[in-house]
Design a protein around this ligand. Sequence first.
Ligand code: G4P
Length: 531
Amino acid sequence: MPDIATEVRRRRTFAIISHPDAGKTTLTEKLLLFSGAIHIAGSVKARKAARHATSDWMEIEKQRGISVASSVMQMEYRDCVINLLDTPGHQDFSEDTYRVLTAVDAALMVIDAGNGVEPQTRRLLQVCRARNTPILTFINKMDREVKAPLDLLDEIERELGMTVVPFTWPIGMGKLFHGVWDRRADQMRVFAPGEDRRGGNEEILLGRDNPAIAERFGLEWQQARDELELVEGATPPFDHAAFLAGTQTPMFFGSAINNFGVKEVLDALVELAPPPGPKPALQRTVEPTEPKFSGVVFKIQANMDPAHRDRIAFVRVASGRFERGMKLRITRTGKEIKPNTVVSFLSQRRELLEEAYAGDIIGIPNHGLLQLGDTLTEGEALQFTGLPFFAPEIIRSVEVADPLRTKQLKAGLQQLGEEGAIQVFRPMVGSVLLLGAVGQLQFEVVQHRLETEYGVKARISGSPYHVVRWVTCPPENGGEAELKRFIDANVHRMAWDAVDAPAILLDHAATLRAVEGNWPKIRFHTMREHA
Ligand code: G4P
């Protein structure tokens, strides 16, 4: 039987963060190519095509099987097992996207060299920064006419507040893109266009003073050399501790579609990104190498057949060894489950999983027993912390067309809320429920699923609110008594969330600032951690 510590050491679990069209799908395919999982590479593209081609939710549901399978991709590269978690792009942007980032140990940021830092990248990066997730940076599309590399470097440092350390440097761009200089290996990898090369037979030129390089690549080489000298004078050496703390990012240039510069990133991921580390629980800190299994549910996805209300709980293993058929205890309820048909997401297809270690993701089909944030153990009463709920950015009111179906609406919303598909708020005054989301699409999904799964035609319409903050009051500021005073004074704009945490709903950021000014003892939170 494999040794747990050895298995943990070779795990790398990461996600790609990028703005739509920067090249995430293309890069994912190339990464999979390197590990030999070519089949799924095709399906990544097919899935994206399907998403683009239709806004029909029935179609999307047919696709759910695929999307479950490709939302976690596992591959082997060198002696590592790499788990790549998909973060949905722009079109299905939702809270899931944020929560997936809580289940990774590193992130790969892909930037379109023509566009620089774009809004979605900034947003996702903020979530990573809040958790000090180490970030690797890939500058894509160097085969196009793009921004000057020095400008890109400046832009990333300025906009994202991280020190950038180039590991490679481009020689030319667009039609005159000749390759990248690998600073660590002191060599040039010559660019050759072509879609599906697996690498291995590329041309390498050694040494910066190699006259052959100057001869062949003339002006572009001269310029790259000058830039390299500038960069070397201005950037600090790579500091692994700063990278692990999320304050320094190694940067790579390339062209995903040409499978160029991709291998360097993959090598860096294996060499620099951390294996799974200790995870804090309310009771104690859990080491990944502990013999007993523990894990946490970070995502719930409705299964293919809506009639069965089947869901798959995505569990990130935190410690020990998971074996199929073992008994697991849900800390929140004390219930035991014995999942026999555990889904893994191994390379090509959904298949039954035999064992898993810290960093791996397992999928447990269930009928609502498991909720977001649930901890599973072999018996110990552990509750992991840190699964965040984010203050919604869009707030809508929801009503049922047929008042006789109010009960079904509430039941449906309760379940969808538990899945994390949407956040539900009950105003303290009045009876109209409010829904909160970070992506518009979440409302469409909820409306569609309420109708098909719960037989409820819901009317979702605008609300006067645009800002939500959870409120607390620390004991030294007056605690519960002060919080009650605050709630009483603001009751007309207060609501309870799904776990009865109080939140204030406001029309405008300026109103929030005024309220904050008037109530200095109250804390206003954009994030609530499940505990
Ligand atoms: P995404 O998942 O981040 O949304 O991006 P995706 O990989 O789908 O790439 C977006 C577009 O950019 C695609 O073109 C893709 O072919 C192109 N692309 C990706 N990497 C490179 C690169 O290194 N160089 C160049 N020149 N283009 C690149 P598309 O026309 O939108 O789609 P498709 O018809 O090629 O699939």
